[in-house]
Design a protein around this ligand. Structure first.
Ligand code: AMP
Length: 182
């Protein structure tokens, strides 16, 4: 199964992904984690992407698609994946479809985790990652609304999307998500 965990920055995609991996044996792939790893390793793509993350902007699509292709080609991802933070715009969604279509696969579920913006801003500030500063957070929300949210409409027509209220404790949200992937 290919499942996309969708939602604004800070809705809990990473936390939920970790639980789902542990309990459902699905390989997890977070483009944000991959970029932070690449930055730590000081690869050209990692260093370039960090300049965008520091401003709350999206990294260039070619950087993202290189990482995505490399990752999805690994045997661990042959039969499915839990995608977290990808696709982030319509171009990436189209590219993902092309990659999966070549393998006779497709996106099975898009789980839209919804939490009020004021609640997630507070969560993000408490998380304290370097890109969790108020002005950068505000820009990440703007980018989310403008570039990422349209991806939901892209999948809506296929009947694969569902909405989960993410304003609850971790276990409750997990159960809500799980109810949508049976
Ligand atoms: P995240 O960990 O998903 O919040 O991502 C952190 C940062 O990495 C984002 O603010 C972007 O700069 C970059 N990033 C992660 N995933 C993507 C993506 N699919 N497309 C473009 N940029 C991304």
């Amino acid at each position: 199964m290919f499942i996309i965990l969708f939602g604004a920055p800070g809705v809990g995609k990473g936390t939920q992904a970790a639980l789902m991996v542990e309990r459902n044996n699905l390989p997890h792939f977070s483009t944000g984690d991959a970029l932070r790893q690449a930055k730590a390793e000081q690869t050209p793509d990692g260093l370039l992407a960090a300049q965008y993350a520091d401003r709350g902007e999206l990294a260039p699509d070619e950087v993202i698609m290189r990482i995505v292709e490399q990752t999805l080609n690994k045997p661990a991802f042959a039969r499915g994946a839990l995608l977290d933070g990808f696709p982030r715009n319509l171009y990436q969604a189209g590219e993902l479809d092309t990659i999966l279509a070549k393998r006779n696969q497709s996106v099975d579920r898009v789980i839209n985790i919804k939490v009020d913006e004021a609640v997630i801003t507070k969560r993000l500030i408490e998380r304290g990652r370097p890109d969790d500063k108020p002005d950068i957070i505000a820009n990440r929300f703007k980018v989310y609304r403008e570039s990422t949210e349209p991806v939901l409409n892209y999948y809506d027509g296929r009947g694969v999307t569902c909405e989960v209220d993410g304003d609850a404790d971790v276990e409750t949200v997990y159960n809500r998500i799980n109810a949508n992937i049976q």
